[in-house]
Design a protein around this ligand. Sequence first.
Ligand code: ADP
Length: 268
Amino acid sequence: MNQNTSAAPGQDTRNTRAPELRSQGASPNTSPIIQVTGLEKTYTTARGALTLFKHLDLVVETGEMVAILGQSGAGKSTLLHILGALDTPTAGAVYCASTNVAQLSPRQAAAFRNREIGYVWQFHYLLPEFSALENVAMPLLARGQTKREALPVAAKWLSEVGLEDRADHRPGELSGGEQQRVALARSLVNNPRLLLADEPTGDLDQTTAALVFDLIRRLHRSHGLTSILVTHNLELAARCTRALRLESGRLLPANQDAGRPENPAIVS
Ligand code: ADP
């Protein structure tokens, strides 16, 4: 796309420097870990082109915990997928953890995700036939570690989420909140810099949601993460360092009115 910074296959993309940009109200004393400029995403559908965003900019400083709110269909998940190199933009530069993710080959994107990104989804997607411990170890095994190497690391992460005594349990033998805690441990087992969470508490009751959110926030702080959380929960969003709302293809401070709330996506 428009930034000539992609690395050759196999090359470490971590060193690709992002351009200087002004932050959007974040602390000036930290360095941006995400810099998105002129992002456009257009899907081609049977009914024509569906443009979710055009000229979207976003700067996130290292250590921030940013909530993204917005109506269903506004493009929140799509934005998270693009930041995490699971989807590609139609245009624009997307620097994430010093890498222009818009330029990665599928193989580089997979390596980038493995190294830099922890993902938590609304549904845990744990593998039902494996224990909690094995599920947490899965990303390490996928990287080529042996079980002997991976399981002690996974055990440490299970204990970080308070589930050391559930290591042998299969997902079906865990509560919804416990399943999500296992998924959180799995997302962090590779020590990523960025945690991307798509409605991580959306499938939980209010009390469990608050507990899981507290755990995410504690791990965010203790591991020096930068986190972006898509949520519909205004209370939890207010406890993040910043809350933005995706509306009509733009990211605005959550308390600012975009003026066109009835039309989440721009159809051109
Ligand atoms: P949100 O997370 O805010 O609910 P999404 O990012 O999931 O929104 O989706 C935004 C819009 O893009 C929706 O209208 C959805 O139907 C559409 N969309 C998502 N993925 C695709 C795709 N692969 N092809 C076409 N349209 C898509």
